[in-house]
Every structure is written in C-alpha cells, then in structure tokens.
Design a protein around this ligand. Structure first.
Ligand SMILES: Cc1ncc(COP(=O)(O)O)c(C=O)c1O
Length: 393
C-alpha cells in the first residue's frame, strides 16, 4: 500500500496547504512507488509489448481511415451528452453491430470502459443488493462497488465456491456477482461458467468485465461469455473497453434490452458525460468489421501469448500461464520491476510494469502484450532482451 504521511500541524500559509503532497511523494519514492509520465514519439523504434493493442489494429489503415472519415463527417467531438446531441447515427450503428457480434439483445457505448463499469455497477444495484466481487477485480469495478449503495463482499479470487457461499448466506433479496473475465495482471481467465452456475443457483445476476476477452476469447473474438456458451444469457451483463482489441477508445455494456434501457435512463456516467467522440466511434466500427472479416486474429493473439510464455519459461523466467493475450513475468520487488522495465526500454523493448497499488504487495511483475501481429522473430527478440536485462536478485 502507498504509505500516508503522518498528520502534522494545520497549514498556516496559502503556500503550505499542499506541503503534505510533497511528504506523500517522498514516502512513495522511498517505497519505490514513484510514477512518471513519458511521452511516446510518433515513430517509436522500440518493440512494443506494453500497449493493449492486442490485435494490432490501432494503426491499421482501415481503422485510422474510418476514424478520419468519422471526424470529417461528424466533427471533432460528439457535441453533447448521449441523451441530448451526443448520439450520432454512427453511435447507433456501432451499438447495433457490437450487439450483433457479441450475440446480445443490445449494447450501449460509453466514453470509456471505466465509465461503463461505473454505470453497470451503480445502475444494477441498490441497498437491497449484495455485490460479490472477485478479490483481483480491476480498479474500475472496485470503484463501481464503492459508488454503489450496496454491501460488497470481496470473494476469494476465481472461486465459484466462495461466491456460492456468500450468495447463500446473504440477507439481501438481490445479488450481483462481479468479475473480470481475464485478469489484467497475469492474464488468467476467470471461471465464468462456474460463476454463472453459482449466481443462477442463488438467484443472482452476473456482471463480467470482458475488457481483455473481447476480440481475443471465444469464436472469432466474440468474448469470454461466447467461449463458455453464455452468449445472450438473460441474467448476464458484460462490459468491455473499445481501447484494447478494437484499437480505439471508449467502453460498452452488453446485455438484455431491459438492462440497456435501465442504463440509458439511470446511469450517471452515461447521462452526465459527453458522448464518445465520432473518430473513436468510427475507429471501433472499422476495427470490428476487420475482426469479423479476419476472425483468425483472435486465435493468433492467443497463440502468440502461449509461445511467448513457453519461451520465457524455457529461458528460466517465471512467466504466467496465459489464457488470453497477456503474459506476466515475476520481478523480485517493485524497485526491481521498475529497473527491469527501464533496462528493457534502453534495450529497445517496451513492457508494462505492475507494482503496488495496482497489485498487492509482493506481487510486482512485468506485463507483456502478446499482439496478434508479432512475428516469431520479434517474440525471440523480446525473450532474449528480457533475459539479458533481468536484474540480479
Ligand atoms: C479489466 C479492465 N476494465 C476496464 C478498464 C478501463 O477501460 P478504459 O481504459 O476504456 O477506461 C481496463 C483498462 O483500461 C481494464 O483493464
């Protein structure tokens, strides 16, 4: 956890009211938890295993062309909130195509996956609802739980049994089981068939965040519910981001028509937020059409992940066993993880780095994205660089 500064005397001068922020930064620095921004040049020569561009579509000419065309036709922004002027015909087209692809009655697009998760969690719960949330859920789901007015039970990671017990013991009439479909740090899949069975046995709904599953899991990348036969289930709602496999920006909620209607009329991050920019809508639509035309991209991303993990393990590194397009490699601690990431970058390889508070203490890792468009030569280059730059324990 990030340490908090000791409570000190009340500031006496205007210039001192933010002094405590410097103390907090100093504590973070001592714990190896400093974070800094680094702007990326347009032509970056490094091999990118840090982005979430799982299918390699962000720079695809179909996607960038669709974004440019949408901006020219509809403008730089959507001009208003979705219920006022922010729903263009392009938004409606994207929602219809997303719903059709995912196999659900309806889809609703948001300005981000974060906003979609806040919407689903706050609109589908109330004080008479128990939320049962996986201990490793993404921060946006955790924040949605905090914003809801429901009691939240933090269930053991990936455990339908723990979920069933919490549901059976609840006092509330309603319950919502919440889980990522693929956990962003290690890339392991949640047991969503088991979670669905537990939810059904106890009259609960299931909400899954398919941010890392859409475009990667299921037939042709139709997502995690499709992979386990839960497509279009009446008691399942899924959320996703448009910023990973679909190479754009924005979020989406998939579900039965009555759930989507309820979100349109009640979800605050839908109602009080400007609609997604047309360029992002166009890019997502372009990427979705590409994925439908080239469904092998989804399987290729999974194959790259398996190859990468196997080669890292053979080389003596502690790699995760990937279920989707994310592979992680253990580091000795937060400082070592940062040093390793920086050494990789100096050697021409961009990788992500997870350390507290994004992950629990003792869990620092490098995170590698197995993009569908990586070649075998690039995979080998990445493994060699990681081995060469590994910090001494
Ligand atoms: C599991 C998960 N859910 C939600 C989000 C948030 O999506 P967005 O970046 O579109 O806000 C992310 C990360 O970006 C994520 O990894």
């Amino acid at each position: 956890m990030i340490p908090a500064p000791e409570v000190s005397a009340r500031p006496t001068a205007p210039g001192a009211v933010f002094d405590w922020l410097d103390e907090a930064a100093e504590l973070r620095a001592r714990a190896g938890l400093t974070r800094t921004l680094r702007s990326r040049p347009a032509e970056d020569p490094v091999l990118d295993l840090a982005s979430n561009d799982y299918l390699g579509l962000t720079h695809h000419p179909v996607v960038t062309g669709a974004a440019a065309e949408a901006a020219r036709r509809w403008g730089g922004g959507s001009t208003g909130s979705r219920l006022v002027t922010g729903t263009t015909a392009l938004h409606t087209e994207l929602e219809a195509e997303l719903a059709d692809f995912y196999g659900v009655e309806a889809a609703l697009v948001f300005s981000s996956g974060y906003a979609a998760n806040l919407a689903a969690l706050t609109a589908l719960t109330d004080p008479d609802t128990l939320i049962v949330s996986d201990a490793y859920n993404h921060a946006s789901l955790i924040d949605g739980c905090r914003l809801s007015r429901s009691r939240v039970h933090r269930a053991a990671h990936a455990s339908p049994e723990a979920v069933a017990t919490a549901l059976a013991e609840r006092a509330q009439p309603r319950a919502l089981v919440v889980s990522d479909t693929v956990f962003s740090v290690d890339g392991n899949a949640a047991p969503i068939a088991g979670l669905s069975a537990a939810a059904r046995a106890h009259g609960a709904a299931l909400l899954v965040d398919d941010a890392h599953g859409l475009g990667v899991l299921g037939p042709g990348g139709r997502g995690a519910p499709a992979a386990v036969g839960l497509t279009g289930a009446p008691d399942v709602v899924a959320t996703a981001t448009l910023s990973k496999s679909l190479g754009s920006q924005g979020g989406v909620v998939f579900g039965p028509q009555r759930v989507i209607r309820h979100l349109v009329e009640t979800a605050r991050t839908f109602i009080f937020d400007t609609g997604l920019a047309p360029a992002a809508v166009g890019a997502a639509l372009g990427a979705l059409r590409l994925l439908r035309a080239e469904p092998q991209r989804a399987e290729r991303a999974r194959e790259v992940a398996r190859t990468l993990a196997a080669e890292l393990t053979t080389a003596g590194l502690r790699a995760s066993d990937p279920d989707a397009a994310v592979v992680s490699v253990r580091a000795a601690g937060p400082e070592q993880a940062v040093a390793w990431r920086d050494a990789c970058r100096d050697a021409g390889l961009a990788v992500g780095c997870f350390r507290p508070p994004s992950v629990p203490d003792g869990y620092s890792r490098l995170r590698l994205t197995a993009r569908a468009d990586l070649t075998q030569q690039q995979i080998t280059q990445a493994v060699r660089t990681l081995v060469r730059t590994r910090p001494q324990a």
